[in-house]
Design a protein around this ligand. Structure first.
Ligand code: UT7
Length: 329
């Protein structure tokens, strides 16, 4: 490593999906059997979602994180022991503690890396990437593994059609390495805790029981309006930090919640939808996994390549949001 390595750069990506793919018509049938009415047409028109993946019994947040991490390590030509920092972004950890990152470290067979989880809901991966970049730039780490992994199907209320058709499970991962040239050009993350109630799973484990509501609840329209507003502002903030204009972006990889949110941000930035990576159709909303899943897909199919400027954007519960602007070097 160069002695004057003061930046970080993205080296490799990976992702993993659970084995069970559920189309809208299949979900419609499953819900109808439980007296809950929805339709393929409503889901497509209001969200763009066509299918999602659900974990089965033996598929966990940690196992999906492991599969995605292995692919990112392989793409980077790293062995697990190369990593000195492992961060997992998740809101659906398999255990209260230890962290998913420590459990992932155990599965990978890494010893000694700093490991912790980041809980920023659907912004979690962007938060985690921003933290890993800061630790690398501060000289605290050289080679970081950053993962977003979720099993949101566990916290769905299958009687609540306003949420249960939206989410899916999955994981995505990247590796970041210290570099003497900037890969990550700028990043900023934010939150507004006064809006914590518009997207939450408010229950907790206490005295051996679940206290309160264990399911995800969302004020969909409230979240929609906030998301559109903060994503536009956040993109402009980070572009300004990097001294760039939106027309210099090759790719926008936003959190995948609703195709209408993606379209609205693309209009705000004057960036054609052809330059917005959209996987909400295939994956649904996979919370902290959605950005690295979309990024990995677009890297592997050759759309995102060396020299491209890419903006990653997260938004969600907290209320949290943020952007990372990077150059693929
Ligand atoms: O991951 C964090 C970020 N999350 C997001 O960004 C999600 C943001 N919000 C959204 O994407 C949208 O607000 C939703 C997709 C959640 C909802 O879309 P909407 O266009 O805001 O619909 P709505 O809530 O205004 O509901 C319209 C109608 C209602 O019926 P009435 O009152 O007009 O008769 C709902 O009861 O659609 C009804 N509805 C449904 N109908 C069929 C709500 N959910 C369903 C459903 N199937 N699954």
């Amino acid at each position: 490593m160069s002695a004057n390595a003061v930046f970080s750069r993205l080296v490799g990506t990976g992702s993993a999906l659970p084995g069970r793919c559920v189309s809208n018509p299949e979900l419609q049938q499953f819900l109808a059997e439980r007296g809950v009415l929805t339709s393929d047409e409503w889901i497509r028109e209001r969200t763009g979602i066509e299918q999602r993946y659900f974990a089965s019994g033996d598929e966990t947040t940690t196992s999906l994180a492991h599969a995605a991490a292995q692919k990112a390590l392989e793409a980077s030509g790293w062995s697990p022991s190369d990593c000195d920092l492992i961060i997992v972004a998740t809101s659906t950890a398999d255990q209260i503690f230890p962290s998913t990152a420590c459990m992932l470290q155990g599965l990978l067979g890494n010893h000694g890396a700093a490991c912790f989880d980041v809980q920023a809901v659907c912004s979690g991966f962007v938060y985690a990437t921003s933290i890993a970049d800061a630790l690398i730039r501060a000289g605290q780490a050289q080679k970081a593994l950053v993962v977003g992994s979720e099993v949101f199907s566990r916290i769905m209320d299958w009687q609540d059609r306003t949420t249960c058709v939206l989410f899916g499970d999955g994981a995505g991962a990247i590796t970041l390495q210290a570099s003497d040239r900037p890969g990550i050009l700028a990043s900023r993350v934010h939150a507004n805790g006064s809006l914590s109630g518009i997207l939450c799973a408010s229950g907790r484990v206490q005295g051996g029981e679940v206290w309160g509501d264990p399911f995800l609840r969302m004020d969909g329209q409230g979240v929609f309006k906030q998301a559109v507003s903060v994503l536009g502002q956040s993109a402009e903030e980070v572009l300004q930090l990097a001294g760039m204009q939106s027309d210099q972006l090759d790719w926008l990889v936003p959190h995948q919640a609703n195709i209408r949110i993606l379209q609205s941000v693309s209009r705000k930035l004057g960036l054609p939808m052809e330059r917005v990576v959209s996987t909400v159709q295939q994956h649904g909303n996979t919370s902290a996994a959605s950005v690295p899943l979309a990024l990995d897909l677009a890297v592997r199919d050759g759309r995102i390549s060396r020299g491209h400027h890419v903006m990653l954007q997260g938004v969600g519960g907290g209320f949290t949001w943020g952007s990372v602007l990077l150059k693929m070097i």
